[in-house]
Design a protein around this ligand. Structure first.
Ligand code: ADP
Ligand code: MG
Length: 681
């Protein structure tokens, strides 16, 4: 088989007609190489030839029998039967819908045949109905063994698929290894050809830790990371470097009511280094909620503006954008920065004015929501695009904003969802990452308590006390409305209950409200017109409510760790002591107990995210779901963490040579070659 044959349509295989091809494509087996990657999920043991008197009913077994008699009733709906025996007993082979000529050829009287299939017992007789395999004794090696089972139950039988799969696997082309022998050995991997054969033929090989499985995982990771890094290489094109306005920056820092944390300073330096560089910046700042990312991004704005460029800061919600706007006006109060605020709600006249000033370069910093990347908006010379809470935006939206900047535009993303390193790599490849790992020193650690739901009444006096000292309260429920299926608390019902106890002081917010209504309620809460806010998880995103110091989370065991941590981060943004109370049902799963314990003992978002990954797996993580990236077919970040790291290193070393034949093969194998063909971005 030639190498490129693998990348051709599945119907190029012998025995694959239009019907089968359609069926296979439905199962996502479109090209011949997909057969290579479609591993058996198990195998059927047909390796032992059993005597008829030892057959086990209901099991798939193999027998060697003498054909005695064939019976073809001429009545519709009656099956054809073949009567066979061995030295220990008799058995009937039953066929529905099969042609007489075919059966007569297969079963010749007084010949021994090998038959494999599921054993039934009917009318005191052993039977096999439509056996999986019938073969001559000379050919028994094809059947009498462990036979792989593929996940293709309906519409295609095992024998058929096996013939297709064997056609491919037995004729694998010799491919040029992209790993060298020593590397394979040191890292407990195995040669590609061998790995593929092994994976299709042995159950042992399909253990996640086997050499063969690790090999295919490594390849999958390399293909992913390669395409990501190629993508990035194209984004990080040359630009003219930006200089520093060191002195003025120092003045601004002095005018802040606080010192930057060490972490903040370090990240700011990393950003500045990128600005100074002659490659476009493509960096993400990760930091827990409240770690102070905004100020860092605004300080880098100052540098960019001093170079005569414009900046844009985009936030997912209006309130958040407004907070950034207020903060930037405050920070730059002594500098002559022209800052504007634009959202979908901005009045027509004002909007027109902003658009004009943007185009003529009369605005230095534009802060706003999705409105920023709309078509009609033209910057004179956008030099930095900042995207806050980046996971709330799609990849498309992010690049739309960045595109407004042209070739000198740096891109800075900010994310409050600390995600494990393995996931980070899968999402962004080797995008530059800055981490803010510490919180502003003054801030007190949030006290986290847990309480069984039935003691809910103990909370009322506590809430009353909080309100009396001017604190505000979040109350989080998993559901909006009562559900007849799920035994979880609903925000609406809780609102009614709490509203009775604290009349006129309670608000309700949930995902069922439209954006404008939601913002209205949040604003009310911010202005302290309501003191208790009952909500679903819609409050996750990073708005600053400095007076909210108590959060109560119902059915806490229902939420993932990272999500609980994010919710908890809604409080404790001011200087007062904040508390988080987790309510749960009496009967908690072991896993839930672990989660709650972790949360009580740690406030390190990165550690919590790693823990969450171990407890719940990849797919459940925040950020991952929103990313729209599909799960890996083979790689698993918990079991293969070492391979993630290894693949990352490997890809870094070959970056420049990605156009080599062998790497192209790898990319094609995992459907990642598009990036090479699409040309420059
Ligand atoms: P996040 O990282 O969640 O976006 P913010 O940037 O909104 O956090 O900052 C949270 C709060 O902490 C803001 O009120 C901000 O003014 C304040 N803050 C930021 N940096 C510091 C610091 N070094 N010392 C004290 N307070 C700070
Ligand atoms: Mg923020």
């Amino acid at each position: 088989m030639k190498k490129d044959f693998l990348f051709t349509d599945i119907d190029n295989l012998k025995g694959v007609g239009p019907q089968l091809s359609k069926y296979l494509k439905k199962k996502r087996i479109e090209k011949i190489k997909d057969v290579v990657l479609n591993l058996p999920y198990s195998e059927t043991d047909r390796s032992k030839i059993n005597n008829i008197n030892e057959l086990e009913v209901g099991k798939i077994q193999t027998i060697k029998v003498l054909v005695k008699k064939l019976n073809f009733p001429r009545v519709r709906n009656l099956p054809n039967k073949i009567f066979c025996e061995d030295l220990t007993g008799k058995i009937e082979i039953v066929y529905f819908n099969s042609r007489e000529g075919y059966l007569r050829k297969l079963f010749q009287i007084n010949n021994w045949v090998i038959i494999s299939g599921k054993i039934n017992y009917f009318n005191k007789k052993y039977q096999i109905t439509n056996p999986d395999y019938v073969t001559t004794v000379e050919n028994q090696d094809y059947v009498v063994k462990n036979i792989p089972k593929y996940n293709l139950t309906k519409g295609i039988n095992e024998k058929k698929y096996r013939s297709i799969s064997e056609q491919v696997i037995n004729n694998l082309p010799h491919v040029e290894e992209w790993l060298d022998t020593n590397f394979i050995k040191i890292n407990n991997l195995i040669n590609w050809n061998e790995a593929i054969k092994d994976l299709h033929s042995s159950t042992k090989a399909r253990n996640k830790k086997s050499q063969s499985y690790r090999r295919i995982v490594f390849d999958e990771l390399c293909a992913n990371f390669l395409s990501l890094s190629e993508n990035r290489r194209r984004i990080k094109k040359s630009k003219s470097p930006k200089n520093f306005a060191t002195n003025n920056l120092k003045k601004i820092l002095k005018s802040l009511p606080f010192d930057l944390t060490k972490s903040q300073k370090k990240v700011l330096e990393e950003i500045n280094f990128d600005l100074l560089n002659n490659k476009r910046m493509f960096r993400i700042v990760q930091g827990d909620v409240g770690s102070g990312k905004t100020i860092v991004s605004l300080l880098s704005v100052f540098n960019v503006v001093s170079n005569g460029y414009q900046c844009a800061l985009m936030s997912p919600t209006e309130i958040l954008a407004r907070q950034h706007y207020e903060l930037s006006k405050y920070i730059f109060r002594n500098n002559k920065l022209k800052i504007e605020f634009l959202t979908g709600k901005t009045e027509f006249k004002k909007k027109k004015e902003i658009l004009q000033n943007l185009e003529s370069g009369n605005i230095d910093l534009l802060i706003g929501t999705h409105a920023l990347f709309q078509k009609k908006i033209f910057f004179k010379n956008l030099g930095l695009a900042i995207i806050d809470e980046q996971h709330k935006f799609g990849v498309r939206q992010r690049s739309d904003l960045a595109k407004k900047g042209g070739e000198n535009c740096d891109v800075l993303l900010m994310s409050a969802t600390p995600i494990p390193r393995t996931l980070m790599m899968s999402l962004y490849g080797d995008m530059d990452i800055s981490k803010i790992t510490e919180k502003p020193a003054k801030r007190k650690k949030i006290i986290t308590l847990s309480k069984p739901e039935k003691k809910i009444d103990e909370l009322w006096p506590y809430i009353k006390k909080q309100i009396d000292v001017d604190n505000q309260v979040f109350w989080v429920c998993p559901l909006i409305e009562e559900s007849s299926v799920l035994d979880y608390s609903s925000a609406k019902k809780k609102f009614d209950l709490i509203n009775k106890r604290f009349p006129n002081q309670v608000g309700l917010i949930h995902g069922g409200l439209d954006k404008i209504e939601k913002e209205k309620i949040l604003k009310k809460f911010l202005l302290k017109k309501i003191l208790i806010l009952v909500s679903t998880t819609v409050i996750e995103v990073g708005i600053d409510f400095p007076n909210a110091n108590l959060i109560i989370i119902e059915n806490a065991d229902k939420f993932g760790l990272a999500q609980l941590h994010q919710l908890r981060g809604r409080v404790g943004r001011g200087e007062k002591q904040a508390t988080c109370i987790l309510l749960f049902k009496d009967s908690l799963s072991k896993n839930a107990v672990k989660r709650i314990k972790t949360l009580k003992s740690s406030d390190d978002g990165f550690l919590i995210a790693e823990e969450d990954l171990k407890l719940r797996g990849f797919g459940d993580l925040i950020g991952y779901q929103q990313s729209g990236i599909k799960n890996f077919k083979f790689a698993d970040p918990v079991n293969h963490e070492d391979l993630f790291i290894l693949a990352e290193k490997f890809v870094k070393n070959i970056q420049e040579n990605v156009n080599q034949e062998k790497y192209l093969f790898l990319l094609k194998l995992f459907d990642k070659a598009d990036i090479i063909n699409t040309g420059e971005i």
